[in-house]
Design a protein around this ligand. Structure first.
Ligand code: IMP
Ligand code: MG
Length: 371
């Protein structure tokens, strides 16, 4: 384990694995470019170690340059401009092999691509030690890859966290925060509210209900609340972006907690994806979608019973109740599929006493926490 500034990192890729990856890449590059006198262009700072190891293993003639991305202040409208500096060699008509430590979103690569094309190179290929397939958003081919890795923040072997860690001989990844994040689902009348209250106490989780957050933000006229209300007043759905921003703010407020029970969110696949991206930026994830399952006829009876005392109009009319249940299944089916694909869907029998249902839910959560 290493600590850099405020963050802890744990061993992820050993020296030997890195060496094997570089050996493999060097072999491919020798086969393909051995007699083409290529120009290697290393992208600083991160690629210095990798570049040195690759170039040592290259047997043919070659030349070497380094470039660096520099940002400078543009005008107010353009903001920070990124620019490539350092190329002091004519590469027109040459075969270029770009050496990158890591390709993540591909933004850097896109800048370099522009530069290489305007320099009129004959051909160029990208060789990167690490590649994050889940993060890559561009279409520029990355044909030479040492290792594909999951979308986690790593340091070592040239890669830094805020300036530190480049000198480490092996690669470390940011230590996982032990959190348990649950999505609790259930048709109206399934007892979701009751169970969420019990579970948040039992496991010390923060219960986030999007309905509650909307009402709170609107009542307190926060910026997000005002924005949400403008849509609601027009009879429109609140856009996913506004909802996810509200949710993010709620998660930020509870930094360092044991985890969350999300209730009423996500509602669409786009929201589920946004949540995934957001939680992964917080170095965590959704661990389970748990759906309470109750037969329709039992739900209708429970809600009609509740309607007699609760005074809620939407609980009084059987046709309205049946429609709410139908809407729930239509909405949930998409999400059930989304999380099933990730092996994260858990259906729990929601018929029985409150205690029995809590026990069933707890069995699922205990298993998740042991993992
Ligand atoms: P891009 O998103 O492909 O443009 O990657 C931009 C730059 O971000 C890389 O050249 C690295 O300097 C840095 N970077 C991306 N992912 C990581 C990481 O996991 N650890 C350290 N630096 C990273
Ligand atoms: Mg880099």
């Amino acid at each position: 384990m290493v600590k850099l500034h405020d963050l802890e990192f744990e061993p992820f890729i050993s020296e030997e694995e890195i060496e094997n990856a570089i050996d493999g890449l060097a072999k491919q590059l020798n086969e393909e470019f051995g007699n083409q006198n290529p120009v290697f262009i290393g992208v600083l700072n991160g690629a210095f170690m990798f570049a040195s190891e690759i170039i040592k293993r290259f047997d043919g003639d070659c030349e070497i340059s380094f470039v660096k991305m520099a940002s400078y202040k543009g005008t107010e409208s353009t903001g920070d401009i990124k620019n490539l500096v350092g190329l002091n060699q004519d590469i027109a008509g040459r075969t270029v092999i770009l050496l990158e430590d890591i390709v993540d979103t591909g933004n850097t690569l896109e800048e370099i691509d522009k530069m290489l094309l305007s320099a009129k190179v004959k051909r160029y290929e990208v060789a990167t030690l690490f590649f994050k397939p889940e993060a890559y958003k561009k279409s520029i081919p990355v044909n030479y890859r040492g290792m594909d890795i999951e979308n986690k923040f790593i340091v070592g072997y040239g890669l830094d966290y805020d300036g530190l860690g480049r000198n480490l001989r092996q690669v470390y990844k940011r230590k996982e925060q032990k959190m348990t994040n649950l999505l609790l689902f259930g048709p109206p009348g399934a007892g979701k509210g009751t169970q969420a209250d019990i579970l948040k106490e039992k496991y010390n989780l923060v219960h986030i209900s999007t309905g509650d957050i909307f009402r709170y933000n609107i009542k307190n006229q926060t910026e997000l609340g005002i924005s949400a209300k403008s849509f609601i007043d027009k009879g429109q759905l609140v856009p996913d972006e506004v909802t996810i921003n509200m949710l993010n703010a709620e998660v930020e407020k509870n930094e360092g907690c044991n985890g969350f029970i999300f209730d009423g969110f996500p509602r669409t696949e786009a929201q589920a994806e946004a949540l995934q991206v957001y939680l992964s930026s917080k170095n965590t994830e959704v661990h389970a979608m748990i759906a309470l399952e109750v037969d329709d006829e039992i739900l209708v009876q429970r809600l009609l019973e509740r309607g007699k005392t609760s005074g809620r109009v939407d609980d009084a009319d059987e046709a309205v109740i049946r429609n709410r249940i139908k809407v729930y299944y239509a909405e949930t089916a998409i999400l059930k599929n989304f999380y099933k694909k990730q092996d994260k869907f858990y259906g729990v029998d929601g018929v029985g006493t409150i205690q029995e249902i809590t026990d069933r839910l707890s069995a699922v959560i205990d298993e998740l926490m042991e993992k």
